[in-house]
Design a protein around this ligand. Structure first.
Ligand SMILES: Cc1cc2nc3c(=O)[nH]c(=O)nc-3n(C[C@H](O)[C@H](O)[C@H](O)COP(=O)(O)O)c2cc1C
Length: 294
């Protein structure tokens, strides 16, 4: 195996644009906040921001960052509007909306309504003044708790701390339990440069949450399992999430079920990998333990 090499440097050694490229590519995929705001004269603005996330659900707080323009340090209309009218609707972006959303990021003159430019439906909000996007699977009417300026130069972020006051969920995207369904949402995320990602099909997968369970941990996996040439890091992570080491009687049972004495170590690991990936983690772990201390 070739040796891993890293390119390392201090943040102060690179230009603003290099830093933007690195952070936007590495901190990805990012969800997209499609923010609708208004100025003091009631002019509506709609712009996407991927420096965005949710940070609390009690209280429900979302944060996004309309930053100063890298080229000249000027502020964006969204930020200026929020200083005048501290309210926003945060709309979620699905794959069907992505090209129009991108169009809405055009640097139109102040006062231009990107709902009209990008062809989205302007639906009046119930509690705040900025309208919401009718095509969004989910929209959040928010008031602004705080805006934290991170600097005065080009590229400096402005953290907009938005408190959710009202929620709108399009029922087409709910499952039978009335919950948002990741399979229906078809959300998009922003990557570096002009790249996006789509959360659908094979890109979606589940991992059982270790919430109330306490997995045995990597350190409890014997070396012959940890150093397997067959099992991947993901395989080992799933195995170490099991709560108990297989008992002698369990090992005996799988031994006779699969005639494990006739299999080599690699063949046993291949068999366990298949069973693990078909969902029976404990049986896979038991098969692997049958070859420990042999
Ligand atoms: C998907 C996407 C994500 C974006 N994320 C950000 C961001 O997090 N911060 C930012 O300042 N600009 C971001 N932009 C660029 C702004 O949308 C763009 O500068 C827009 O014109 C700002 O509009 P405004 O001046 O009307 O507020 C993003 C653009 C796209 C297409």
């Amino acid at each position: 195996m070739s040796e891993t090499s890293f390119k390392s440097f201090n943040a102060s050694d690179i230009s603003l644009f290099e830093m933007q490229g690195i952070v936007s590519s590495a901190i990805a995929p990012r969800p997209i906040c499609f923010a609708s705001t208004i100025d003091k004269n009631g002019n509506v603005n709609l712009s996407p921001f991927s420096y965005f996330n949710v940070f609390s659900y009690n209280p429900p707080i979302m944060v996004f960052s309309p930053s100063r323009r890298g080229r000249d340090g000027t502020t964006k209309h969204t930020y200026e509007n929020l200083l005048e009218v501290p309210e926003v609707t945060i709309n979620i972006v699905s794959y069907e909306m992505v090209e129009q959303m991108s169009l809405a990021s055009t640097e139109y003159e102040k006062g231009v309504n990107e709902f009209i430019k990008a062809g989205f439906s302007e639906v009046p909000s119930d509690l705040v003044q900025p309208p919401r996007v009718g095509e969004s699977p989910a929209s959040f009417e928010c008031t602004i708790d705080d805006i934290i300026e991170l600097g005065k130069e080009g590229g400096a972020g402005n953290l907009v701390i938005a408190r959710v006051q009202r929620v709108h969920l399009n029922t087409d995207f709910l499952n039978e339990e009335e919950k948002l369904d990741p399979l229906k949402l078809d959300l998009v995320g922003r990557m570096g440069g002009s790249w996006y990602t789509r959360a659908s099909g094979n890109s979606l997968f589940e991992i059982p949450k270790p919430l109330r369970t306490k997995g045995i941990g990597f350190d409890q996996l014997p070396e012959s399992i940890r150093k397997s040439t067959v099992l991947t890091g993901n395989n080992l992570g799933r195995l170490a999430n099991q709560e108990s080491i297989p008992s002698a009687s369990e090992i005996e049972r799988v031994n006779s079920e699969f005639n494990l004495n006739d299999l080599s170590l690699d063949q046993t690991h291949q068999l366990a990998k298949g069973i693990l990936e078909s969902g029976d983690t404990h049986k896979a772990l038991t098969i692997l333990f049958s070859k420990v201390n042999e």
